[in-house]
Design a protein around this ligand. Structure first.
Ligand code: ATP
Ligand code: MG
Length: 593
């Protein structure tokens, strides 16, 4: 393919509004163009990578018997009213009316439509299981679209849904998809991890996210350095730490420490002084959070969380523990009015109508300090089990890097940043029950189908590949999703011999199945061509120039290692094949575990 005939407009300058590497490089490489916030057009180079990744997805899903369908992007409001999400799904759902005033939305996801399709088509257990997927544009009116293709408003997703007669069969499919995703991201040639993730109000441990590891990732992940346990920080189990020996238990001494004006945890600990104490160790202080929890039946309740002073609360754990749909910090003014104390001096003792939850690392702890619910004062001698009757002890803290793994008890957690590129989820009967998607079982009895759903952010994945594979000069494409594999640089198109050799190599490599972009542009210095080639980042660069041909060689350069080999034109095909094999060997070790 001749580059002079391709629509590839590279930019020297980094666009001002591009805030992450993938967006900067894709815009500079002329791959994408912003049409509006979070809405992009894809040029041929970008589309080639996207289509290649889709192809990997399709091939791997076909191995598990998944069938491809295509659902409408415009969805009727009635379906969303049936599932209940017309009201519950927030402003990300773009709602509108047609000329007859009928309500519609742009599909952010397709559980409703697929459930409707299946309930109208499948009657008997004999037709189950079934696994359907599509590759399609989604629209989510994200509050803050950013990071280019990584958090767009319109983006391409592969979404799949499975339907089962039994719970066990749904679990089997879940793990089949889990393994298919592992194959997909391994083939892509990126470092990734499947991570246990929070399944929200649905509960259970049945969801995994797949993350591409990259410093720019929005999610924090902890992974054990000894076993396979890897989880999203939202979900990571925190070990109960050994209790600090605080001596014999004191009774609760109210307003014991006057700590005027100091609110930070460390300062407070230092400021707690009496005849016996010149400051307190931070592990003997406690921290208190007041939340308002919202429930499915639209009721609300106050929840107090008590943790050791040096620990942070994990609100997702608190939310799941109390079974809430949503949890928010009680607004400061209301909390001050409720407790009677300014921020920094609120505490759990004596509060009425608050469900108290205490972190496991404080189970058995005594002689703690806590806010006195009186500005500028702290209590001393808090024994949560004694002083907070009715409190629940549970793991509610954020796990920390270097915490001992709760699964194997041996390894330590290591921290990573990740970009969520896929998720597998066991839905159960949430949608099938609400929308009457039933089948007749072996006894002729009507049952709701058990469902799973499986998503991959196609465009986000392509951007994530770049977030993990770049250097100061540009993109470093892994072979499997590179727009082209070989960038053939014709360094002197005015020279007839150079042209002849370059054209011959292009034909020869293409005939052997390689994808070649032949930079045949005239009137450009070799330096400018090198710069563009580095920016576009195809795995191999083949340089044909006057000087080299005089010596009887062309140069082959590996984009990642920058290693250059000189080869005779006749030996190029063999050299390209060898280089490809070497690159693939590197890929196999890069995959996730
Ligand atoms: P996030 O937590 O990042 O908002 P999500 O969990 O809401 O994503 P899912 O509903 O699980 O997303 O969608 C499946 C996949 O679609 C995600 O794993 C992600 O790769 C991709 N995706 C979700 N939102 C976006 C977006 N705004 N832009 C690009 N890709 C997205
Ligand atoms: Mg998700």
């Amino acid at each position: 393919m001749k580059q002079s005939k391709q629509l590839i407009q590279t930019l020297r300058e980094t666009p001002k509004d591009a805030d992450v590497v993938s967006q900067q490089l894709m815009m500079r490489a002329g791959m994408i163009q912003k049409q509006a916030a979070g809405i992009y057009s894809y040029f041929p180079l970008a589309l080639r990578s996207i289509r290649k990744f889709e192809q990997i997805v399709r091939e791997e899903l076909a191995k598990d018997g998944c069938q491809e369908v295509l659902m409408p992007m415009v969805q009727p409001a009635e379906l969303w009213q049936e599932s209940g999400r017309w009201t519950f799904y927030g402003k990300e759902l773009l709602r509108f009316k047609d000329r007859k005033e009928a309500g519609f939305c742009l599909g952010p996801t397709h559980e409703e439509v697929i459930t409707d399709m299946v309930r109208r088509t499948v009657r008997s257990y004999k037709q189950l299981p079934i696994n359907l997927f599509q590759v399609q544009s989604k629209f989510r009116d994200e509050i803050r679209p950013r990071f280019g293709l990584m958090r767009g408003r319109e983006f391409i997703m592969k979404d799949g849904y499975s339907f089962h007669a039994t719970d066990a069969d749904c679990d089997r499919e879940y793990w089949a998809m889990f393994n298919a995703y592992k194959r997909i991201f391994s083939r892509l040639g990126v470092k990734f991890r499947p991570v246990e993730a929070d399944s929200g109000a649905i509960g259970g441990s049945f969801t995994h996210e797949f993350h591409v590891l990259a410093g720019s990732g929005e999610d924090a992940i902890l992974s054990c350095d000894s076993c396979d346990y890897t989880s999203n920080l939202e979900k990571t189990e925190a070990p109960a730490l050994a209790i600090t020996d605080n001596g014999a238990a004191f009774p609760l001494k109210r307003d014991h420490f006057a700590t005027p004006g100091v609110v930070g945890q460390v300062e407070q600990a230092a400021g707690m002084k009496d005849a016996d104490h010149d400051g307190m160790p931070i592990t003997q202080t406690s921290k208190f959070y007041l939340f308002r929890a919202m429930f499915a039946d639209e009721t609300t309740k106050l929840v107090g969380a008590v943790l050791r002073g040096d620990h942070e609360v994990n609100p997702v754990k608190v939310k799941n523990l109390v079974g809430a749909l949503d949890l928010e910090l009680f607004p400061l003014e209301e909390a001050e009015a409720f407790t009677g104390a300014k921020s920094g001096f609120m505490g759990p003792v004596g509060l009425k109508d608050v469900q108290m939850v205490v972190d496991l690392s404080l189970k058995g702890a005594v002689n703690l300090t806590c806010g006195a619910n009186k500005t500028d004062y702290h209590h001393f001698g808090l024994d949560p089990a004694r002083d907070l009757p009715g409190a629940t002890f549970a793991d509610i803290r954020l796990a920390l890097e270097q915490d001992t793994c709760t699964r194997c008890g041996k390894g330590k957690y290591q921290a990573y940043r990740g970009i969520e590129v896929g998720q597998v989820f066991k839905l159960g009967i949430k949608y099938s029950k609400a929308m009457g998607c039933t089948f007749l079982d072996e006894n002729g009895k009507d049952q709701p189908m058990i469902m799973g759903c499986y998503g991959i952010g196609v465009t986000r994945t392509v951007a994530a590949v770049i977030e993990q594979n770049f250097d100061e000069d540009g993109i470093i494409w892994p072979w499997p999703v590179a727009p082209y594999q070989v960038h053939l640089l014709n360094l002197d198109p005015a020279n007839a011999e150079v042209n002849l050799v370059a054209n011959r190599l292009e034909t020869e490599l293409e005939a052997a199945g390689f994808e070649v972009l032949h930079d045949d542009r005239e009137g450009m210095s070799p330096g400018a061509k090198f710069k563009d080639a580095d920016l576009l980042g195809f795995p191999l660069r083949l340089m044909v120039g006057t000087k080299g041909l005089k010596e009887g060689v062309v140069e082959l350069r590996d984009r990642r290692t920058k290693q250059v080999t000189k080869v005779a034109p006749d030996a190029v095909l063999g050299a390209v094949r060898t280089a490809k094999d070497r690159i693939f060997e590197g890929l196999e070790t890069a995959g996730g575990r």
